[in-house]
Design a protein around this ligand. Structure first.
Ligand code: ADP
Ligand code: MG
Length: 598
């Protein structure tokens, strides 16, 4: 490996701006770090370069641990957006600067300069001053200067930022050619998805300090694992669907499973499906569709963009139609589907504003996330609605581009053993109260897979503690934790707990459990987390940790409701400022069956 990052964390004012990032970049690879502004890309790049120290983790370049090595000695070349060239120096002197500092002989400097100017297509410009060059040419000089001392790694931070579109494209091509010719391992930072697609061998997408996913551009686009990557890499409709043993359903409408992805459906549950605008087919009637029908709709917005036609289609959520919740619905209370069509498709079926259309899908992709939507639960309407306004919950739902439904369940107050009439979808949310423990059990008995408990004053956590009661709960708990942590800029710590007084012989087994948990989190769920081993009674240890500081959250996994009645019941009302997510996957329920009250 050329660059290896192992759980790199950088904090400013206590908050992680680079959060547990692990990554391998191969020899000669062109890797693009992509993410919105403020996601930590530049900080991570500066950490690789040695311009900023890290608070945690290790950086290895070509097999050497350089975590504590100075920038000068790391053998990296750097180009920034506004990497001002030395204004009073000629192009030639700028390029030779790094070589002069390293006391390279004049003849060698000259030869290297000539070679580099050829590489960046600026032959003969040696004697110009930077002010006599265009912006694009100045950045070429900056690239040549960064390469002069033959670094083994080239790091570029938004190098095209200040340039106009055409120059940018030329410079992209040059940089890619230079990179291929030298076969130099390169990391480029950008917030521009198109640029990432145009240049990258592999893209790593960052958000809120975390590296969410890394992969080849086409793979990431077609089969993202996360909502953020799905929507950041291009337009995407996020739809709530139900995964059943027979296939995927939008409301009452089954989607032919052969045309979509297979799933290992066990229990029926809500899922998030990604539908790209170009995978939508429109036709005058359902019978005219060549693809899987999902709903009817009306054309509400129509924009001609040259090659493509872009439109928004309002979905009919009638009795026969599909109940589709889209990201835009979550934001605006309406269900609008984004659609793009080629010229060819437009000619086949021209549409006008207001027209009713049948909608089919060529391909949908179901995200593996276990957190699909939120249902704010209360014993009366005002309680449920008030909770739906909770600041942390609103922030979570908006980051996840999903909806918060409300649900009134009088049984939550009376605690009679009533069974809910319809199963609960998504994450059930309740306020923290003396009743919380009983409410959590009631909701979990009635179909909820997760319950989020929010004290009125709880804020987005800075630290998320993860613990599971038994091995069966490990996998679902990690999946929920990974999904949640993609949307919360918090540090994740798995707390493993062994009984007090275990013998020295048994301790290695505890440490092994931690390591296994960490690698499973990383390999299966794309989550980087720390681990801590504690000794004592699990519930006491966890409570102690939560009382340590506010702004914490506990994710607690169980596989049986009995586990919530014993020691853990004291954890079900979180301390002030903290919140709790209970993850419940019963082991004793046959697949496909809904749980009922005992
Ligand atoms: P990006 O390059 O993805 O836009 P940065 O790495 O520049 O993001 O910044 C990530 C976050 O860290 C931002 O919220 C930024 O304000 C913060 N940050 C960056 N550098 C510093 C610093 N020296 N001191 C305090 N906060 C910083
Ligand atoms: Mg930046």
């Amino acid at each position: 490996m050329s660059i290896t990052l192992d759980q790199v964390t950088k904090r400013y004012q206590g908050s992680p701006v680079v959060n547990d990032v692990s990554l391998d970049v191969a020899e000669g690879e062109f890797f693009v770090l992509l993410g919105p502004s403020g996601s930590g890309k530049s900080t991570l790049l500066r950490a690789i370069a040695g311009l900023t120290g890290v608070d945690h983790g290790r950086i290895t370049l070509h097999g050497h641990d350089v975590t504590h090595v100075s920038a000068r000695q790391r053998g990296v070349g750097l180009v920034f957006q506004n990497y001002a060239l030395f204004k009073h120096m000629t192009v030639g002197d700028n390029i030779e600067f790094a070589l002069r500092v390293r006391r390279t002989k004049a003849a060698d400097r000259r030869a290297r300069r000539k070679e580099l100017l050829r590489l960046v297509a600026l032959e003969g410009m040696d004697d110009r001053l930077p002010t006599q060059l265009s912006g694009g040419q100045q950045q070429r000089v900056a690239v040549a200067r960064a390469l002069a001392h033959k670094p083994q790694v080239l790091l570029l931070d938004e190098p095209f930022g200040a340039l106009d579109a055409k120059i940018r494209e030329e410079l992209r091509r040059t940089i890619r050619q230079v990179q291929r010719e030298l076969n130099i391992t390169t990391v480029l930072v950008t917030h521009d998805q198109e640029e990432a697609f145009a240049m990258a061998d592999r893209i790593g997408v960052m958000n809120l300090g975390r590296l969410l996913e890394a992969g080849r551009p086409a793979e990431l686009y077609a089969t993202p694992a996360t909502r953020f990557v799905a929507t950041f890499l291009g337009a995407a409709n996020l739809l709530l669907a139900r995964q059943t043993a027979q296939g995927i359903r939008f409301g009452a409408t089954p989607v032919n499973v052969r045309a979509v992805e297979k799933f290992d459906g066990a229990r029926e549950h809500e899922v998030v499906a990604v539908l790209r605008p170009e995978e939508v087919e429109l036709a005058p009637t359902r019978d005219n569709l060549r693809t899987n029908y999902i709903a009817h709709g009306a054309v509400e917005e129509l924009v001609f963009t040259g090659a493509m036609e872009r439109m928004r289609v309002r979905l009919n959520n009638g009795a026969a139609g599909a109940q589709i919740a889209t990201a835009s619905e979550a934001a605006s209370g309406t269900a609008l589907l984004e659609v793009t069509r080629t010229q060819h498709e437009q000619r086949g079926f021209p549409v006008t504003l207001g027209q009713s259309v049948a909608i089919g899908v060529r391909r949908i992709h179901v995200l593996p996330t276990p957190l699909s939507s939120y249902t704010s639960c209360g014993s009366d309407a005002s309680a449920a609605e008030q909770l739906a306004q909770h600041a942390f919950l609103s922030e979570l739902a908006s980051r996840m581009k999903t909806r918060i439904a409300t649900r009134v369940e009088p049984a939550l107050a009376t605690m009679t053993s009533d069974i809910a009439t319809t199963p609960i979808s998504g994450v059930a949310v309740v306020g923290a109260s003396a009743n919380a423990a009983a409410q959590i059990r009631w909701l979990l008995r009635n179909g909820a897979g997760e319950v989020l408990v929010l004290p009125a004053d709880s804020t987005p956590p800075q630290r998320v503690l993860i613990h599971w009661a038994d091995d069966e709960s490990r996998r679902p708990t990690l999946a929920v934790a990974a999904s949640l942590l993609r949307h919360v800029p918090a540090e994740a710590v798995y707390i493993g707990i062994m009984p007090e007084g275990v013998s020295d012989m048994q301790r290695p087994a505890g440490v092994r459990t931690l390591l296994d948990a960490r690698s499973e989190a990383q390999a299966v769920h794309g989550l980087e987390m720390r681990t801590e081993l504690r000794f004592g009674v699990a519930a006491d240890e966890l409570r102690r940790q939560l009382q340590d500081a506010s702004d914490q959250m506990l994710i607690l996994g169980v596989s049986s409701l009995d586990q919530l009645s014993g020691d853990f019941s004291s954890l079900l009302v979180p301390p002030p400022g903290c919140s709790l997510m209970v993850v419940y996957r019963p082991t004793d329920t046959p697949a496909g069956e809904l749980r009922t009250a005992p």
